[in-house]
Design a protein around this ligand. Structure first.
Ligand code: ZN
Length: 353
């Protein structure tokens, strides 16, 4: 089974790829393996050796060379049973060129598995997570905040603060990823080998979904490899085989049963998702309030600046009062947010008990 595993940064690709290796015996081919192969190729005294040397000297590997190296790696004898490709392709042109080359070699990609995660969920995971430097306790600013901001509940240690602009960086990174990945997904969708796997639940849930996707792809592969044998048989033999076809039907029935299971599971997942969504909404509301407050403050500042130019200094005093009032309001709001967070934490604690 030749698999490409894709997913946005923070979706847990690496962990899932290790699990695939463990269960299905498919080695992971990442960019390290590709770099190794490139340097090996550079040692050759031929055209591809020259291309590799040029690429290394220039510090930049063109699509052409990259695909050449990948083709060599992926067609290796020790990967005849398959692999999990990670971190490639980076765009649709690479995807199409490589898949086409592998098709010609008779070993195309069987399945492209894309871990599909709600962007809000991803942001919550990546931006919200903070760890205690001293004891390693994990918190999430959105769903599991510490009782006191910046202080660990368990050991009283300091919690690392995110650097300035961290949230924006992650958000930009995700946006760039989405723009780059969509054409790749479109291409593999058109090729009929794309499977989106729900990654919004726990790590275990994601792993179950990935296994289902792989198992289904394996079953489909076996069926399609068995199919071409049938038409070659003569009429009489066909009649005789009719009885034999029953196992095929059973297979279909089994497949149906599996899909039913999947549906039930999906329904369960949806329920869980709804619960989560509700929890998220509360968190979001709090976040929105903060953002709104920030925006308001910013807008107020701009207006104030403009106003200051026109208005005489005499009016400065009442304005200060307004500012103070506004500050009080924000403080009250912040307090409210904190209270909600505390309530939530308390709820969680009691739930744990
Ligand atoms: Zn701690």
């Amino acid at each position: 089974m030749r698999i490409i595993l894709m997913g946005p940064p923070g979706s847990g690709k690496a962990a899932i790829s290790r699990k695939i290796t463990e269960k299905y015996g498919l080695p992971v081919i990442g960019m390290e393996e590709v770099a190794e192969a490139l340097s090996a190729m550079a040692g050759q005294e031929d055209e591809s050796g020259r291309l590799a040397r040029d690429a290394i000297a220039a510090g930049r590997v063109s699509d052409e060379v990259c695909n050449l190296v990948l083709k060599r790696v992926l067609l290796r004898d020790d990967l005849a049973k398959g692999y999990v490709l990670l971190g490639y392709p980076k765009d649709a042109a690479q995807a199409e060129a490589l898949h086409t080359a592998l098709k010609q070699a008779g070993r195309p990609f069987d399945r492209v598995i894309m871990i599909d995660i709600d962007r809000d969920e991803l942001m919550e995971r990546r931006v919200g997570r903070i760890d205690c430097d001293s004891c390693g306790a994990q918190y999430n600013l959105y769903v599991n905040p510490p009782m006191v901001e910046g202080v660990c509940d368990l050991c009283g240690g300091r919690l690392t603060r995110r650097p300035r602009g961290y949230e924006e960086n992650i958000s930009n990174q995700l946006r760039e990823y989405d723009v780059a990945v969509q054409p790749i997904l479109d291409y593999f969708q058109k090729e009929g080998i794309l499977t989106l796997v729900d990654g919004n639940g726990t790590e275990d849930a994601l792993w179950r979904n990935v296994q289902q996707a792989i198992d289904a792809a394996m079953a489909a592969k076996i069926e399609s490899s068995e199919a071409p044998a049938a038409p070659q048989k003569t009429e009489k033999k066909k009649a005789a085989t009719k009885k034999k076809t029953t196992p095929g039907k059973t297979k279909a029935a089994a497949a149906k049963a599996t899909s039913k299971k999947t549906v039930t599971k999906k329904a369960a997942t949806k329920k869980a998702a709804k619960k989560k969504a509700a929890a998220k909404k509360t968190a979001k509301k709090a976040a929105t309030k903060k953002t709104a407050a920030k925006k308001k403050a910013a807008a107020a500042k701009t207006t104030k600046k403009a106003a200051t130019k026109k208005v005489a200094k005499k009016k400065a005093a009442p304005k200060k009062a307004v500012k103070k009032a506004a500050a009080k309001k924000t403080a009250v709001k912040k307090k409210a947010v904190k209270k909600t967070a505390k309530k939530k934490a308390a709820k969680k604690r009691s739930a744990r008990r």
